[in-house]
Design a protein around this ligand. Structure first.
Ligand code: AMP
Ligand code: ZN
Length: 472
């Protein structure tokens, strides 16, 4: 079978077929103003599992996930601490990356930052103004005129009859906020004129100083890295409206290409003990909160991927305990088969990769479940059912290796190296060293390398980035 998902736009289950050689997917990334919570990770892990499944189906995946490093929240929080926006957001970006590595998430192919793509955003806004889809206001802001886009509201299924296709919302105001409810639908901000509370965070534009609205960053960056039309766009269900609805409007009007996105992929929210997660209820958990309680990253990953992505996931501590016993049952079952087959755990670890044939193996049912609207819970059930028939056949062992790759469960791997946290000051020095090297300031780059080494860490360079490891 071939992978399929339910496309939010068509509301139908559709097979995922790349339109070009690689499958191009864009996922809205984190807003970096604090640690991501397990709800955010539910969504990012679902996208990670989808990507791994596509790879197991033989596709090459071009995965772009942005970093939102300028918006109302990042500006407000950086100012509270008296830090520059970039210093503040880089700290939380590093923390996000460390958490992703612990959870065994594949790094995206490209991870663009909003603040590094201001010119791309501006040129899109200019195009929208030039073509009559957007207009400037007296305060130097620019708004998208939703009445100029006939399909506005299709993704979120808005009722056009009752939709205020006008410049102001039902309260008679223009929508300056990035996030708002369906009842407040109105023209939305593409560019926000500079306000005193923005502090130093502004850029020059044809309409005066200001900063981008939130929605335009994803339209501009997905276009740059994936083109005017690409295959799949993902996010949590809360992003469907207004964020993704607005992205479609901006992109299709600016590029003239339609559709902007072929498959829309939204995951339902994570709830905690049946309630919405929120700081005020005291039920908001970060990865560190759960690690401190003694759970491993693999158990947490298992618990967060084990529900169907279109259904709310009710996170409970019991679900973590269940994940713990499921993983140990899986390890036991696989270990005994490996013994029968005379294969070591290290050898099996090397088989956790895409490429196996599932047809005709005892894991065909599990694979078919993954292909059927990414049904992870059914696939996990099929895995456990098949373990009873596991007789050490090579084709079955290879198929299980690829299935575990799709789930991202390296069941015998020691996560301790991945779990090692790189201190913020080390990653900060490493980034400054990389920037110095790009600017051919080799003296500074060498000096920074030495300071990093003195602190017990080593930087490794590759063609387009760097990696940091604890010195041996
Ligand atoms: P943010 O950092 O707020 O921009 O959110 C990052 C991602 O997490 C987005 O795709 C959101 O839709 C998603 N998200 C936020 N809250 C939850 C939740 N409780 N459950 C699942 N996904 C969520
Ligand atoms: Zn986005």
């Amino acid at each position: 079978m071939k992978p399929s998902i339910t496309n939010t736009l068509s509301r139908k289950k559709e097979e995922l077929i790349p339109s070009e050689a690689a499958f191009k997917m864009y996922c809205c990334g984190p807003t970096v103003y604090g640690p991501a919570h397990i709800g955010n990770f539910r969504t990012f892990l679902t996208q990670d599992v989808l990507r791994r499944t596509l790879e197991c189906a033989g596709m090459e995946v071009l995965h772009v996930r942005n970093i939102t490093d300028v918006d109302d929240k990042t500006i407000r929080e950086s100012q509270k601490l008296g830090l520059s926006l970039s210093k503040f957001t880089r700290k939380w970006e590093d923390k996000f990356h460390a958490d992703c590595a612990k959870l065994n998430m594949l790094p995206p192919s490209v991870e663009p930052r909003a603040t590094e793509h201001i010119s791309e955003q501006l040129s899109m806004v200019e195009k929208l103004v030039d073509t009559g889809h957007a207009y400037a206001t007296k305060d130097g802001s620019v708004y998208f005129k939703i009445s100029t886009f006939e399909n506005y509201g299709r993704l979120a299924n808005l009722d056009r009859e009752h939709m205020a296709t006008q410049m102001t919302n039902s309260a008679g105001e223009a929508n300056n906020a990035d996030e708002y409810e369906r009842e407040s639908v109105a023209d939305f901000a593409l560019w926000k004129g500079r306000k005193p509370e923005d502090g130093d965070n502004f850029w020059k534009s044809p309409w005066g100083e200001g900063r981008p609205g939130w929605h335009i960053e994803c339209s501009a960056m997905s276009r740059k890295y994936l083109g005017d039309t690409f295959d799949l766009h993902g996010g949590g269900i809360d992003l469907c409206f207004p964020h993704h609805e607005n992205e479609i409007a901006q992109s299709e009007c600016a590029t003239g290409a339609s559709p902007y996105v072929r498959y829309w992929f939204h995951s339902a929210h994570l709830m905690v003990e049946g309630e919405k997660m929120s700081k005020s209820l005291g039920n908001l958990f970060t990865l560190d909160d759960l690690l401190k309680k003694g759970y491993t990253p693999q158990q947490i990953r298992y618990a967060l991927i084990s529900g169907h992505y279109r259904q709310q996931l009710n996170f409970t501590f019991k679900s973590l305990d269940d994940a713990k016993s499921a993983l140990s049952k899986l390890r036991k079952g696989v270990s005994s088969t490996l013994k029968e087959a005379g294969m070591s755990e290290e050898e099996f670890n090397k088989l956790i990769k895409p490429g196996a044939e599932f047809a005709g193996t005892i894991f065909e049912g599990a694979w078919n479940a993954m292909c059927d609207d990414l049904n992870v819970p059914r696939a996990l059930g099929e895995i456990f059912a098949a373990l009873g028939k596991f007789g050490g056949k090579t084709a079955d062992i290879k198929a299980l290796g690829s299935m575990l790759y799709a789930f991202g469960l390296d069941i015998f791997a020691d996560n301790s190296e991945k779990a090692e946290e790189i201190p913020a000051e080390i990653s900060d020095m490493a980034r400054r060293r990389w920037e110095a090297k790009q600017a051919r300031n080799f003296a500074l780059a060498d000096e920074l390398r030495k300071s990093i080494a003195d602190a017990g860490w080593t930087v490794f360079d590759s063609k387009d980035g760097f990696d940091i490891k604890k010195s041996q």
